[in-house]
Design a binder for this molecule. Structure first.
Ligand code: ADP
Ligand code: MG
Ligand code: MG
Length: 314
């Protein structure tokens, strides 16, 4: 990290999240170009507004294919592949269930078993029909909805990284509401689940890597003495229930980080670690409800424990 230059921070509120950009030079124009870029991608990908390219696909479910721009098509294609993988907890067609639970939004509630059973057949990833030539997406059944909420931030963080690089920036940190991406050497805090404010379990040292954390403490509500969080099991239609409070993925690309945080939630610690053995460049930090911090490997990062109520293993 250059020590002779000052660090400048730029903030914005986009994608329903606080966005933070840190640079080692004072450059309002660059920051504003980056925020514009994020906004343009949000406008294409969001499902939290009436209009976007993804919403056009959803509105046409059961009726006709919709031609979209190449980046949107490529992202949906990648998301479908991740959804079709064996034992995948990631599902791009999870929309009808997300809208039913409304976790993190007004009107959240525990749906009845009948309501969930009714929607499960509308979440089949194989019913997302792609046409490479037409660059179009067709949802085969009325009522289907694509939801890229789990990967949009990662995808956009990668585009921000590319854009910064193209503009000659070699030291920068971008935090898209929890998706952190870096150019150069940075220390990224690992949040303490359910703790108030900025309490940290530890710090993660990385160089030009993405650091994505998904935690059950991020968005949830309580009902019937249970905590219902926002990562749903596509098989059951209920929030994924396992030993994890959070999982952090360190990887070159933030899109991989986003997909893998969801996959790991579905797999848990043991199967998750086993799966990562086949993917050298995807590394995980698991934080369990028992306060164990488990590292799958430590090739592209260094972890320091800062909270001694947690135990570091692995
Ligand atoms: P955030 O970054 O907003 O905390 P996550 O990256 O943890 O969100 O992803 C959660 C979001 O992904 C949910 O709000 C929902 O929109 C979507 N989602 C929930 N369950 C799944 C799933 N099994 N597969 C794909 N997307 C999901
Ligand atoms: Mg996310
Ligand atoms: Mg998250």
């Amino acid at each position: 990290m250059p020590t002779d230059e000052r660090l400048y921070s730029y903030c914005a509120e986009l994608m329903g999240s606080p966005i933070l950009l840190k640079l080692y030079s004072h450059d309002e124009a660059l920051a504003s170009r980056i925020f514009q870029l994020i906004k343009r991608y949000e406008d294409l990908l969001t499902v939290n507004r009436a209009q976007s390219q993804v919403m056009s696909i959803n509105h046409a479910a059961g009726q006709h294919p919709v031609t979209v721009s190449l980046p949107v098509y490529a992202l949906i294609k990648c998301a479908k592949a991740a959804s079709m993988a064996q034992d995948s907890a990631f599902n791009l067609a999870i929309g009808p269930l997300v809208k039913l639970w409304r976790i993190g939004f007004q009107g959240h509630r525990v749906p009845s078993a009948a309501e969930i059973a009714e929607r499960l057949p509308l979440t089949r990833p194989q019913d997302v029909i792609l046409d490479d030539e037409a660059c179009s997406v067709f949802l085969a059944q009325a009522g289907m909805e694509i939801d890229l909420g789990a990967i949009a931030k990662g995808y956009i963080a990668d585009r921000v990284r590319d854009s910064l690089r193209q503009q000659g920036v070699s030291d920068a940190l971008i935090n898209l509401g929890g998706n952190v991406h870096t150019l150069g050497n940075w220390s990224v805090g690992l949040k303490k689940p359910f703790a108030p404010g900025d309490a940290l379990i530890g710090s993660i040292e990385v160089a030009s890597q993405s650091v994505v954390t998904s935690g059950v403490y991020e968005r949830y509500f309580e009902q019937d003495g249970k905590r219902w969080h926002h990562i749903l099991d596509p098989r059951s239609g209920y929030p994924l229930d396992n030993e994890l409070d959070s999982v952090t993925i360190i990887s070159a690309n933030s899109l991989d980080g986003d997909i893998w945080t969801t996959l790991i939630y579905g797999l848990g610690v043991v199967k998750g670690c086993a799966a990562l053995r086949h993917h050298e460049d995807i590394e995980a930090i698991f934080v369990t409800k028992n306060r164990d911090v488990i590292l799958s490997s430590q090739r592209n990062f260094r972890f320091s424990l800062l909270d001694d109520s947690y135990r570091l293993t692995g």
